[in-house]
Design a protein around this ligand. Structure first.
Ligand SMILES: [Cu+2]
Length: 392
């Protein structure tokens, strides 16, 4: 079987890396351990340390097909753990490639309801949300972000957590990427927790509304790893059709234009225009990109007594608050995922934009249990799903 931890997998990786080699990769090759590339160094054997990394990645349910775009169903359990190299000094290096495409600025139509409503999205690796990146605290991470030559606009990759200002991914020199170019964001992953990533180009609201976001999980070190559970990713988002023309300033609302000047407010005509502007709203809400996803019977099947862990992130634009409410049971909540111990035992958690955390629960009773935003407008416009919980 073709496993991400098999010899043939690493040999293939080694060849792929060599074929796409750059000065950066060349400098690493000298330090690469025998375990990472057994085909190139057949006389040497693997070490327990590297086997532990492979074992941990397996426990984390790391995907074998890391570059396949996800659907709302596969997104739930799809973890991209990167191309792994263990250096001779024991450092784990994880390399990711993300391709941003705005499809000539007009977007690619993606389905956001099961009835086939389309939204012209800008994407990371072809999907909304972008792939979930999963690393371990202390890993050296290189995220090579390519802005497609089919893009019209500059984009970037801004991830939360600790890193240098030179890779922060905002306007300027820290990772603003022109169409057809790329930028390598490098950092040592810390601290463990749950982090959103998104494009940070102006107007940021629009780049996020179009779909340029995802999450990164930094797991605790192997010896401090979380208890075993069935793990899901849930990213709460929305879609505003009002906002689609904002980059060209065609609408009444022009995101990123800044507050009015004193002169504008003193001029009756301009003042009237300023006062008539209103922010866009969302017409559709969802978790993992699909409105009313997980509402068909048994799309998410759980068993009584089964430990469940949800990595939850809120990337909703234009509404200040979102939340997650669980029916039929209670969950333990770890804000930001930066602690091993929960701070709340609850059935509801509120999140502002960019907030996130970990939910841990076990159903005590069988049933069809809803989960949804307790803001009922959001529920009605798509943000709801069901857990089908059976006795065995
Ligand atoms: Cu962008």
């Amino acid at each position: 079987m073709f496993s991400p931890f098999s010899k043939s997998f690493f040999t293939t990786l080694a060849i792929a890396l060599l074929l796409s080699s750059s000065a950066v990769i060349g400098s690493f090759m000298a330090a690469i351990s025998a375990y990472a590339f057994p085909g190139l160094f057949p006389s040497q054997s693997s070490s327990p340390y590297t086997e532990q990394i492979a074992e941990y990645d397996k426990e984390k349910n790391c995907a074998m097909d890391q570059h396949t775009p996800t659907t709302y169903m596969t997104y739930l359990t799809h973890f991209s753990c990167g191309h792994v190299t263990v250096l001779n000094n024991g450092t784990t290096l994880r390399r990711f490639t993300l391709v941003i495409d705005d499809y000539h600025g007009t977007g690619k139509n993606i389905p956001i309801t099961k009835e086939g409503l389309q939204f012209p999205a800008w994407t990371f690796n072809g999907s909304v949300p972008g792939p979930t990146l999963r690393v371990t605290e202390g890993d050296h991470v290189i995220v090579d972000v390519i802005n497609s030559k089919d893009s019209n606009l500059t984009h970037s990759w801004h991830v939360h957590s600790i890193h240098s200002g030179s890779v922060d991914g905002v306007m300027g020199t820290s990772g603003m990427i022109f169409p057809g170019q790329d930028f390598k964001y490098t950092f040592v992953a810390r601290p463990y927790g749950i982090y959103p990533y998104h494009c940070h180009m102006e107007p940021v609201e629009t780049h996020i509304n179009r779909g340029l976001y995802g999450m990164m999980i930094i797991d605790p070190a192997f010896k401090e790893r979380r208890t075993p559970a069935t793990e899901f990713v849930m990213l709460m988002n929305g879609y505003s059709y009002d906002d689609l023309n904002n980059t060209i300033g065609g609408g009444g609302w022009v995101a990123g234009q800044g507050p009015p000047t004193p002169q504008q407010m003193a001029n009756p005509v301009e003042r009237a225009h300023v006062m008539s502007e209103s922010e866009p709203g969302n017409q559709v809400y969802s978790v993992n990109g699909m409105a009313f996803g997980y509402t068909d019977r048994d799309e998410i099947h759980l068993k009584v007594g089964q430990p469940v862990r949800i990595y939850l992130v809120n990337m909703l634009e234009f509404d200040p608050l979102n939340n997650f409410h669980l029916h039929g049971d209670m969950f333990y909540y770890i804000p930001i995922g930066t602690n091993e111990k929960p701070t709340m035992y609850t059935d509801i958690v509120q999140m502002m934009q960019g907030d996130r955390g970990i939910l841990q629960f076990t159903y005590h009773n069988p049933g069809e249990f809803m989960f949804h935003a307790h803001k009922n407008e959001f529920t009605r416009l798509g943000w709801m799903g069901f857990f089908n919980v059976t006795k065995s």
